[in-house]
Structures are given as C-alpha cells and as structure tokens.
Ligand binder design. Structure first.
Ligand SMILES: [Zn+2]
Length: 266
C-alpha cells in the first residue's frame, strides 16, 4: 500500500507569524523541526496502518523545509518544485491508496489563521471553485479525487479541519491550533504528534474506500486578486474572462485544465 503526504507549515502546531515560516529567519528553525516531527508522526501512523511506501511532498515555500533524515526509511521526500500543475501534490497518481494533508491552513479571505491564504499570500484575495470559496485543501483534494485517491486525514488549524469535515465527514481531522485575530491557541506540540500518529493510522484503516469521490463535471475557477493589475494580466490566459477590475473567471470540464490555469494565473 502506497500513501501520499502533502505537508505545509502554516498549520503546524504553534506557527503564527511569517517569520516562523521563512527560511532566512532564526525563528524558522524551531518550526521546521515541528513540521518535520508532524510529518514523521503521520508516516508512523501510515506504517502502523500497513503502508509499505510513503511519498512526502514538502509543499511550503521553497519546498525545502522537512529534515529528510528524521523521516522513516519507507518515506521518499519530494523537495523543491518541478513546475507541474499538481504543485503541492506533485507526483500523486492513482496508485496511491490514500492521501494525508499535514500542517494545512485556512483559506484566503477567512479568519481561521493569522497566516490564512490560498497558494499566494501576496497576490490572492480569494479563489472560488463553482461559487464556493476554495482552499489549498479543497483544490489539492480535487486533484486527488480526480485520480480516485481519497484524502483520509488532515492536520492543521481548526477552521481548515472544519472545512475538511464539511467536505467529507469520514476524514480524520486533527486541529492543532485555533486562530484568533493575529494569534493562535495551540495544543502542546508533543500532544499534536501523538494525535497525528493515531489519527493517520485510524484514517487509513477506517476510511470507507468504496464511497465514490465526487468530481464536478463542470468547473468554474474564479480568482480575485489583491491588485487590479494582476487581474488585467491574467485576463490574457486562453479562456479567461474578466469579471471585474480585480477578478477573473475560467470555465472547464477538466480538473487538470483548472489546476494548469491556476498555476499560470497565480
Ligand atoms: Zn505554506
């Protein structure tokens, strides 16, 4: 059994400031260690559930955060970015039994995390897919679902866990912190490792795999930019239509087309 893990840092226990997510800042060291430990805990849960191989995508910023030697030997690690439109779930295929998202965070346009954003904290005011606000969770889950791979477990802030459970109540969700204004209330970082390990094991063992994964036949991507200049530039991508000075829309029937457009429009 092969398990896929996509890992971010803004939903890792205790992270509440960009300094803690930025490689060049001294505060980052402690938080990359916790990110690594949370991913290692997810790997241990997956192995306990019977996984034979695990592919981990380091999916924050440079893609060079996780300390590889601290993951179990069964885990392969994708570092950096290939440029493939699957992005945070690069190299995922239908061969994986299930996916786990670790360190995930609230979407752009929400208040669930001081660092709430969707793909780009600098450019994007919000993204919507089929008139629903989208998050990195929801778009990466759509890619996985298109390949028949269910997302069975997530850890991150309380609001993204709530979103995940609304999308699929069978997901095992571990809320490690709650965003309040510019702060977070976080559980103990050692407790979060225990919870993530247990939840990932249960998630992989107990998920109702026979349930059909819903992928809409028609997809509409709407991106609202912080700057009108970005929307003007984006309006030249083939098939993109301007909505207003800050917003563009793109329609397709293919998940791949949607994420390819997203890749070039952000
Ligand atoms: Zn990130």
């Amino acid at each position: 059994m092969k398990i896929y893990i996509s890992a971010d840092i803004e939903g890792v226990t205790g992270v509440c400031h960009w300094d803690e997510a930025g490689k060049s800042h001294p505060d980052y060291v402690e938080h990359r260690r916790q990110m690594t430990a949370e991913v290692a805990a997810a790997c241990e849960g997956a192995l306990a559930a019977g996984a034979k191989t695990i592919m981990v995508k380091d999916a924050h910023a440079s893609g060079r955060n996780i300390i590889a030697g601290q993951l179990p030997p069964e885990a392969e690690l994708i570092r950096g970015w290939s440029g493939h439109p699957y992005g945070m779930v690069q190299e995922i295929t239908s061969e994986f039994r299930a996916a786990l998202f670790i360190g995930y965070h609230s979407r752009a346009g929400s208040d669930g995390n001081p660092l709430a954003h969707t793909f780009s904290s600098g450019k994007i005011a919000y993204i919507r897919v089929n008139d629903k606000f989208a998050s990195e969770f929801s778009i990466n889950r759509l890619i996985a679902a298109d390949l028949g791979v269910p997302v069975v477990g997530i850890s991150g802030d309380e609001a993204i866990c709530r979103e995940a459970l609304e999308a699929d109540p069978h997901i095992s969700a571990v809320a490690v912190q709650k965003g309040i204004g510019n702060s977070v209330v976080a559980i103990n970082p050692r407790l979060s490792l225990e919870k993530i390990r247990t939840a990932c094991q249960t998630a992989i063992s107990d998920y109702p795999y026979k349930m059909k994964l819903a992928v809409p036949e028609k997809l509409q991507l709407e991106i609202r930019y912080k700057q009108h200049t970005q929307a003007y530039r984006a309006s030249f991508y083939p098939g993109v239509e301007p909505v207003d000075a800050h917003t563009v829309s793109y329609r397709t029937e293919s998940v791949f087309d949607l994420v390819r457009a997203k890749t070039f429009l952000i």
